[in-house]
Ligand binder design. Structure first.
Ligand SMILES: Nc1ncnc2c1ncn2[C@@H]1O[C@H](COP(=O)(O)OP(=O)(O)OP(=O)(O)O)[C@@H](O)[C@H]1O
Ligand SMILES: [Mg+2]
Length: 242
């Protein structure tokens, strides 16, 4: 479904990503974890076309996407929920969600049926449809951001820290949503600071550090890997009492 090969990318001088290889099979949920500044969000930006890679390739279902503009990557079915707030605060929740369907705006029937399905799935969309998005709490906005990304029925959904700022109930809602989307066939790549949650939801895990992939495997392999603690959690792995 998605393959990154030897990708380097950065923002000014120097590369943030230093030869990243990543592969996501169709139907899987891959979770990237790693310390702040590791380059996790940068990987998602390269995939969605918001940042060009300098060398290397990105392939989505057999199509090279690393030289496509973001709109064309979106049209291939790749949508991203960004890490930082991305709603238009002065527009209503409904308007914000509908904006996600910009590419299908001429097909009003499809637009309406997608919106209805999302409203059923994500209660806040129904409850606060007419309120300006700026009036919502951080966690409520997060749900609306995810809702907006669903308007295009993505093939690959990129989620940058879906749990950010969510209370336990909303968190459970997002977790359930991710699982049901995956069961419906959506491939997902998420970045998550909450390692337990992220790897719990995922089928596969990736640990990044310093712009490189340090560890990959099934979610369970990554979670239980002896190097996880020293790579990511800081300090050395707890030694078993004996
Ligand atoms: N727009 C930007 N301009 C310049 N440098 C940037 C920009 N965005 C990120 N960087 C730099 O790139 C590096 C990787 O950032 P990135 O956002 O990918 O990290 P991350 O793994 O997502 O971290 P976090 O867990 O804090 O979200 C950091 O050193 C950061 O300072
Ligand atoms: Mg980030």
């Amino acid at each position: 479904m998605l393959t990154l090969s030897d990708v380097t990318a950065g923002y000014g001088g120097g590369n943030v990503l230093q030869g990243v290889d990543l592969h996501c099979e169709a139907g899987t949920v891959t979770c990237i974890v790693g310390p702040n500044g590791a380059g996790k969000s940068t990987v998602l930006r390269v995939i969605s076309g918001l940042l060009r890679c300098r060398t290397g390739t990105v392939e989505m279902a057999g199509t090279r996407t690393d030289n496509l503009p973001p709109e064309q990557v979106l049209a291939l079915g790749v949508t991203q929920v960004p890490q930082s707030q991305a709603l238009f605060p002065g527009m209503t929740v409904r308007e914000n969600v509908l904006l996600g369907g910009y590419l299908i705006r001429r097909n009003r029937k499809l637009l309406a049926s997608r919106y209805d399905a999302i409203r059923e799935r994500i209660p806040i969309v129904a409850e606060r449809a007419g309120d300006p998005a700026g009036n919502l709490s951080g966690g409520q906005r997060r749900m609306v951001e995810i809702a907006r990304c669903l308007m295009l029925d993505p093939k690959l959904l990129l989620l940058d820290e879906p749990s950010l700022g969510l209370d336990p109930r909303s968190l459970a809602g997002v977790a359930a949503l991710i699982q049901s989307l995956n069961q419906a066939g959506t491939t997902m790549l998420l970045v998550e600071q909450n390692v337990r949650l992220g790897l719990g939801l995922a089928t596969h895990g990736v640990v990044m550090e310093g712009g490189k992939v340090r560890l990959t495997g099934t979610a369970a392999e990554v979670r239980d890997h002896p190097e996880m603690a020293s790579l990511y959690l800081g300090g050395s792995a707890p030694t078993p009492a004996n």
